[in-house]
Ligand binder design. Sequence first.
Ligand code: ZN
Length: 346
Amino acid sequence: MRATIMFGAGDVRILNVPDAQIKEPTDALVRITYACICGSDLWPYRGYDSFPDNGLPMGHEALGVVEAIGSDVHHIKVGDLVAMPFAFSDGTCPHCQAGIHTSCVHGGFFHGNHDTGAAQAEAIRIPYADGTLVALPRDNAPDIMASLLTLTDVMATGHHAAVTSRVAPGKTVAVVGDGAVGLCGVIAAKRLGAEQIIIMGRHETRIALAKEFGATDVVSERGDEAVEHVRRLTAGLGVHSVLECVGTDDSMQTSLRIARPGGAIGRVGVPHNVNIPAASPTFFRNLTISGGPAPVRAYIEDLIPDVLEGRIQPGRVFDRRISLDDIAEGYRAMDDREAIKVMVTP
Ligand SMILES: [Zn+2]
């Protein structure tokens, strides 16, 4: 089967690899129907991560159809349309029961995983299928399928940023980052009742989409000027909740400075060379720094009805669709910020 393997910065290839197959009785074999490229896939693409000799299997967000199941799979059935969160989890251990499925004691990640394969491919092996997969209603319109696809990562990740930064009705919120996760963070903040939603970014088409999703204010400056602008917009107080959707030192510094005393920062941008800075100022302002890899599996079932009934349309972040064979062009388009998010069909 064809699969996407990254061998180094900017070096993404489609290879023929052994077909995905069932190995454990709790596995499912899923034929991928929709996958996509994630902003986090750009970290290795830009050379921030190291590469094993056999490369990194890429892709961790997909919808697909179950083609086979192991003998110990009881809830997921052959023929089901399923969503696969970016992490697998058994659904039964103490961490899963606490809603932190990304820390499942039997869990793991599909990104870079040669044992399971990854999602920018024709098929994938899903461990703990009953715990990991979510069966979806079939025969959805294309825009609904696109929105369901975002629930496997970016929409659930934006939601996690909103939940961990304690967004609630009437609150003032800033979303740092205008990528697909930041845009989904705007949707999540609005969905949870935020009164003021400040999007921090400068890319025209992304900002326009953020406004349609519910952003009330735009801050396009950076650094000190951005902090000043947020203070002006919040009567000098800062925001209750910061959704940190980038993961750089600069974005974290900005997040800490725009939060009001007692406020919270939900980090979902994968940190790169980031030490949480400003230990003393954050201590004296009683800031909560929370967040991490989104436990997609904990949220996905709550978000599905909003997608199916059209209350949220996170699938609008997809502004380019390519076939698997053109994956390298998809990475280039996202790296050049030509595309917000690229959908991939095998
Ligand atoms: Zn678990």
